[in-house]
Design a protein around this ligand. Structure first.
Ligand code: 13P
Ligand code: SF4
Length: 306
C-alpha cells in the first residue's frame, strides 16, 4: 500500500510539473492528499491562493464551492475538482431562486453569504464571508439588517458578536451538527488541562462550551502559537492530521470521531492523478454569473485588506 502511494505521489508530482499545476487542499482533506498539496488551508486562505497563483491549472482538493470560487477569481485558469461529486451539503441547502424570494420578503436587508454557497447564490449576495472573517465583514457594513445565508449556526455565532440584526437562513453543516455538547463536557473531565477550540459551524450549545471559536486556519495558528499542550478540537477530523504533523509534541483530541465530511473524503491520491491525466472534471463558472458573484467575493477580499 505504502509503495503504491509512493508511486502515485511520484506520478502526481511529475504530471503537476509538466502541466504547470498547483495543488490546493482544504484542512479537511485526507492526510495523504494534504501531504502532496502545494498549500493546505482554510476557505479564505485557499481563495487568496487561487486568486494569486501563476500556475496554469489549479487542482482543488476540497469541495465544489471552493473550486467555483477559484474559477470566479481566476477565470483564465483550468480549475480541476478531482471528484465532481464532492459537493457541500450545506451549500446545497439554498438556491438562487429561494434567495431571490427571501430577498423579496426583506427589502432593505443586506445579503451576506457564507463562502459555502454556489456561484449563483453569491451572484445574488452583496458580500461574501468565510468563518475566518465573518464578524469583520459584517461589522464593516453600513447596514443594520443582515440576511445571512446559508449557515444558521454561523449566523447565530455572528449575532452574539455584533449589534446588527442577523436574519439567518435555516441551513447547517451535517458534519458539525454531529458534535454534541455532552462530548465536550465529557472530554473536559477526561482532559482537565485541555483547551477547547470549535468551529463556528457547530451548534450554539457546543460553541457556549468552547474556549476559542475559530476557522480551521485559525485553529492551526492557535495550536502552533499557544503554549497549550492538549487541545480538544471541535471540527471535521481531517484537520487532526495537519495539527499533529505541525505540532508533534502536542496532543489533539477530536471532539467527535463521527465528525467526518464524506464529500471532502471523496478526493483521493488516485482521483488527483486521474484528474491531472484527463484534465477533468473541470469547474468553470459561466461568465455572466462569474461577474456578478465576483463582486461579492472581491468585496470580502477587499475588506480583509483593510
Ligand atoms: P474553514 O476551513 O474556512 O474554517 O471552513 C470549514 C468548512 O466547513 C469548509 O467546508
Ligand atoms: Fe460542507 Fe460541512 Fe463538509 Fe464543510 S464540513 S464541506 S460545511 S458539509
Amino acid at each position: 500500500m505504502e509503495n503504491s502511494d509512493a508511486k502515485l505521489k511520484e506520478e502526481i508530482i511529475s504530471l503537476k510539473t509538466r502541466e504547470i499545476a498547483v495543488i490546493l487542499a482544504h484542512n479537511y482533506q485526507l492526510g495523504e492528499v494534504q501531504d502532496i498539496a502545494d498549500f493546505v488551508g482554510d476557505s479564505l486562505e485557499l481563495s487568496q491562493k487561487a486568486a494569486k497563483t501563476d500556475a496554469d491549472v489549479i487542482v482543488f482538493c476540497g469541495v465544489y464551492f471552493m473550486a467555483e470560487t477559484a474559477s470566479i477569481l481566476s477565470p483564465d485558469k483550468t480549475v480541476l475538482l478531482p471528484d465532481v461529486h464532492a459537493g457541500c451539503p450545506m451549500a446545497d441547502m439554498i438556491t438562487a431562486e429561494g434567495l431571490r424570494q427571501r430577498k423579496g420578503e426583506l427589502p432593505g436587508a443586506t445579503v451576506v453569504c457564507y463562502i459555502n454557497s454556489s456561484a449563483e447564490v453569491k451572484a445574488e449576495s452583496d458580500v461574501c464571508c468565510t468563518s475566518a472573517n465573518a464578524v469583520k465583514v459584517i461589522e464593516s457594513l453600513d447596514a443594520e439588517d443582515i440576511l445571512f445565508v446559508p449557515d444558521q449556526y454561523l449566523g447565530h455565532y455572528i449575532s452574539t458578536k455584533t449589534a446588527k440584526r442577523i436574519i439567518p437562513w435555516p441551513g447547517f453543516c451535517p458534519t458539525h451538527v454531529r458534535i454534541q455538547p455532552q462530548y465536550i463536557t465529557n472530554l473536559r473531565q477526561e482532559y482537565p488541562q485541555a483547551k477547547v477550540v470549535v468551529h463556528p459551524e457547530c451548534r450554539p450549545e457546543v460553541i457556549a462550551l468552547a474556549d476559542e471559536v475559530l476557522s480551521t486556519g485559525g485553529m492551526c495558528r492557535f495550536a502552533s502559537e499557544s503554549e497549550q499542550e492538549e487541545i480538544i478540537v471541535g471540527t471535521e477530523i481531517g484537520i487532526i492530521h495537519r495539527l499533529r504533523k505541525e505540532n508533534p509534541r502536542k496532543r489533539f483530541i477530536p471532539a467527535s470521531e463521527q465528525a467526518v465530511c464524506p464529500r471532502m473524503k471523496l478526493i483521493t491520491l488516485e482521483s488527483v492523478l486521474w484528474s491531472l491525466q484527463e484534465m477533468a472534471p473541470q469547474v468553470k463558472v459561466p461568465e455572466e454569473i462569474r461577474l456578478k458573484s465576483k463582486v461579492a467575493v472581491d468585496r470580502m477580499l477587499e475588506i480583509g485588506r483593510r
